[in-house]
Design a protein around this ligand. Structure first.
Ligand SMILES: [Mg+2]
Length: 256
């Protein structure tokens, strides 16, 4: 993967900054470092300040696997344009979904997780996340969760970083959510930054020149063309994005 922050690639970022672009970010592992207890995941103060500055220069949307209310709370004061939760499900399809799917799956998932020490089942109303970061036997814990999930009909199972995500099979994913937000906010292009498996739904949209995909941490299997070295490098990316837009000026629609 190509380091987007290498000096030879500054033009790539400034071309997008010059266009009427939407900036979109995943939260955990992208804006906030991954921590042992997902409840403790917060942005560093510097990241928060940079994101606030960026949100004054661009439309910004956050597309997280967390429940929408959960991630919104963590972004208080930043001034983002929108927050999408549950990997793209909330709130576009919220009105049409009762959460009945999740209630149907929960007994089997909870029963499978109960004997697994350190495994936490998170009910996010529209999807379920089973976290095994705190487990001492991660491999067998993951296998047991995957077995339980595989026995449920009508689900999409997406293993992530020490988590297994279980979503309705027909639910909109992050790629669909990004496209809808881009259109809704009347943007021509988009930049998306993410670090995990469900972000590949955006990376694989494959819209050269219209969508700039940046992965946090290089990965050979990722569909993203560009990367930043690690989560700490988000600060450099945010300050570069702010500097690019300050030097090219705001596109007409935003400044008028
Ligand atoms: Mg993430």
């Amino acid at each position: 993967m190509i380091d987007i922050l290498a000096s030879s690639n500054v033009d790539v970022l400034s071309d997008f900054a010059r266009s009427n672009t939407l900036l979109a970010f995943d939260y955990d592992g992208t804006l906030a470092p991954i921590v042992d207890d997902p409840d403790d995941a917060e942005m560093r103060p510097r990241t928060k300040a940079l994101l606030t500055a960026v949100a004054a220069l661009y439309p910004v949307t956050i597309i997280s696997g967390r429940a929408q209310a959960d991630v919104s709370r963590r972004l208080r004061g930043v001034g983002v344009s929108s927050v999408i939760g549950n990997h793209g499900i909330e709130s576009w399809h919220r009105a049409g979904r009762s959460g009945a799917d999740v209630q149907r799956w929960l007994p089997a998932i909870s029963a499978a997780a109960a004997p697994l020490k350190g495994v936490v089942v998170e009910d996010k109303v529209f999807s379920v996340a089973v976290h095994y970061r705190a487990s001492r036997e991660k491999k067998s814990a993951k296998a047991a969760i995957l077995r339980a999930a595989a026995a449920i009909s009508g689900v999409r199972v997406i293993p992530g970083k020490q988590v297994v995500n279980i979503l309705p099979l027909d639910a909109p994913h992050k790629g669909i959510a990004l496209e809808r937000e881009r259109r809704r906010l009347a943007c021509d292009t988009a930049v998306y930054v993410g670090d995990d498996t469900t972000d590949e739904d955006v990376f694989s949209l494959d819209q050269p020149g219209r969508l700039l995909c940046i992965r946090v941490g290089s990965s050979r299997s990722s569909a993203a063309a560009y990367a930043i070295a690690n989560q700490r490098a988000i600060d450099g990316l945010l300050s570069t994005l702010a500097a690019c837009r300050r030097s090219v000026g705001l596109p007409k629609r935003v400044s008028s």
